[in-house]
Design a protein around this ligand. Structure first.
Ligand SMILES: [Zn+2]
Length: 567
């Protein structure tokens, strides 16, 4: 029963949410030796309760633990707490994921580096908290450590102690049966309401406490996840129908009853969609037009913008998703805009150890049922071990192109899959590249886009895809200055304006004289992309001979053209 429930909401705080943040990350493994060396306290504990609080507009969770066994370091209290990102409070919610997803039914082995009063901080970030599983071992993100062969020996050697870890008595081995006869389909997608039908024997006549368990794509399948109760369509002694939950990954799945565990043959999960879960209900947030240009505006910020190679790799990754899926991700070349998405290096200490990048997706809803992606925030580890060139990374380098492509994949609302070579695998190793989108990645995002285009009941503008012809221009351009002209110049009675708009946009124009005085104004009007013709009558009362400026405005973009009026 290698089961770790990773559903934060099972023990959620009070929920009255209007928006939610969802994050994924690219992780790398931290060796056990380093975790032990960096920890000043080692203990086992279980979760008592969680409390959410808000600080500087961000939501955090205080996780209270009851210490069971004090293994190393001077631990003065039996109740300790750890602050983790995200949570839900009043009318706001932040869901950071993968995260420390504690469950009150689990027992944890904790490696802490700091302890101040009753608050502790983990050694090795998320990887400093391990979950007890059967056979006297613990699971962490990248695998399993057995007590006897690895953990105890290494702790005792490195810390010069003689500890013994008490095993968890909650694991009773169930006989492994093999009565899953077949299942269909054999290849499926996760978090899309797709239904898996499992045929076999002795499943029991009703679900009761029995369950289906899928490999957890957030740790490469080291642990298993369970669908929501509402995901079960039907359950009989010979047939189970269940929706495959978001974050389920390829590999075997299990049917676990009171008397036996049934393992399946491997199930292929080609892609997984990010879901938002509230009160045991699953919602599928859609993409909208949040930029008034069809989708989402991104700003590359700070050092990521000023460093040419990081900047170029970032724009290439945006192009990769745009041109392969049509997703409307556009770089904003002008001043920062409200609700735009950002890509930047993380501040020191902002990311957990072992995390290369993270993507927060902020969701909103107008009615609690229709959820949409408001914007994204991508943070990248500021480290010297990046390969930011187009060359292959060295054996000691992480490939920036691969990681930014992964984070943008979360932005398109894909979640993790289990496939080491796939861009959307939860982890990446040094020297590895994953820059190319697979057909599964493309299918996933285009399916999400197509669903989004159906629209939602919130009065949000519908997402519009990028044309294949203009996909390789990552900047949103309002005007083609080369293709726009005013003539004749100098002009006498009339001035003809030919303005070439690269995109549909509200166009506005103003005419000023040489002193900057506004002479004439044309209020914003929605114009289709393409050539717009306009003839301006040079009324002799308004337009005395002299120099004038035509100012064209679309969004934050301005162009100015000079013309002369003669007698
Ligand atoms: Zn990720």
């Amino acid at each position: 029963m290698k089961v770790v429930k990773r559903f934060l909401f099972l023990i959620s705080c009070i929920v009255y949410m209007v928006n939610k943040t969802f994050a994924g990350c690219a992780m790398f493994e931290i060796p056990l030796q380093k975790t032990i060396q960096h920890s000043n306290y080692i203990f086992t504990a279980h979760l008592l309760k969680r409390e959410c609080f808000e600080r500087n507009d961000k939501i955090f969770t205080k996780n209270y633990f009851l210490v069971e066994q004090k293994l190393f370091g001077k631990i003065v209290s039996d109740t300790l707490f750890l602050i983790s990102d995200g949570g839900e409070i009043n009318n706001k919610a932040t869901f950071v994921y993968p995260n420390l997803e504690f469950n009150s039914s689990n027992k944890y082995l904790i490696f802490a580096k700091d302890m101040q009063s009753k608050e502790f901080k983990l050694a090795s970030g998320l990887q400093g908290c391990m979950t007890f599983i059967e056979n006297d071992s613990v699971a962490y993100f990248f695998g399993i450590y057995s007590f006897e062969n690895q953990l105890i020996q290494q702790i005792n050697f490195l810390k010069n102690t003689k500890i013994k870890i008490e095993s968890s008595n909650k694991f009773t081995s169930l006989p492994l049966a093999s009565q899953i006869v077949s299942f269909s389909p054999t290849e499926i997608t996760a978090g899309t309401n797709s239904i898996l039908t499992i045929n076999g024997n002795n499943f029991g006549n009703s679900k009761s406490n029995s369950r289906v368990l899928f490999k957890n794509a957030n740790d490469g399948g080291v642990t298993f996840i369970e669908p929501l109760i509402t995901d079960y369509i039907s359950w009989s002694n010979t047939k189970i129908m269940v929706k495959v939950p978001s974050n389920a990954g390829s590999g075997i799945f299990k049917v676990e009853t009171n008397s036996a565990t049934f393992n399946s043959a491997p199930l292929a999960i080609s892609w997984s969609r990010t879901n938002y879960i509230k009160d045991n209900k699953t919602f599928l947030p859609v993409l909208i037009d949040n930029s008034a240009t069809g989708g989402y505006f991104f700003s590359i910020v700070g050092k990521l913008k000023t460093d040419t190679s990081f900047y170029n790799r970032t724009t290439e990754a945006l192009l990769n998703w745009r041109c392969n899926t049509g997703i409307n991700f556009t770089l904003n070349s002008s001043t920062s805009l409200e609700n735009e998405s950002t890509i930047s290096f993380a501040q020191n200490g902002e990311l957990n150890e072992g995390v290369l990048g993270i993507c927060y997706s902020n969701f909103s809803s107008c009615n609690g049922n229709d959820w949409y992606l408001k914007n994204m925030e991508i943070k990248i580890l500021d480290t010297s071990i990046w390969n930011s060139s187009l060359n292959l990374p060295g054996n000691n380098q992480f490939d920036y192109s691969s990681v930014i492509t992964h984070e943008l994949g979360h932005g398109t609302q894909l979640s993790h899959v289990i496939s080491i070579s796939d861009v959307m695998n939860f982890s990446i190793s040094k020297g590895q590249t994953k820059r190319i989108l697979s057909q599964e990645n493309i299918n996933g995002t285009t399916t999400i886009i197509n669903k989004s285009i159906e629209g939602i009941n919130c009065s949000q503008k519908v997402h519009r895809t990028i044309n294949a012809e203009s996909c390789d221009n990552v900047f949103f351009t309002y005007f083609s200055i080369d293709k726009s002209r005013i003539f004749p110049n100098p002009a006498k009675d009339k001035l003809i304006m030919e303005i070439f708009l690269d995109n549909n946009y509200d166009l506005e124009w103003n005419i000023f004289d040489a002193s900057g005085k506004l002479i004439e104004r044309f209020f914003p009007e929605q114009k289709q992309a393409g050539l717009i013709n306009f003839t301006l009558d040079l009324d002799s009362k308004k337009y005395l001979p002299g120099i004038y400026f035509l100012q064209l405005k679309a969004g934050n973009n301005l162009i100015k053209k000079k013309f002369i009026v003669t007698n």
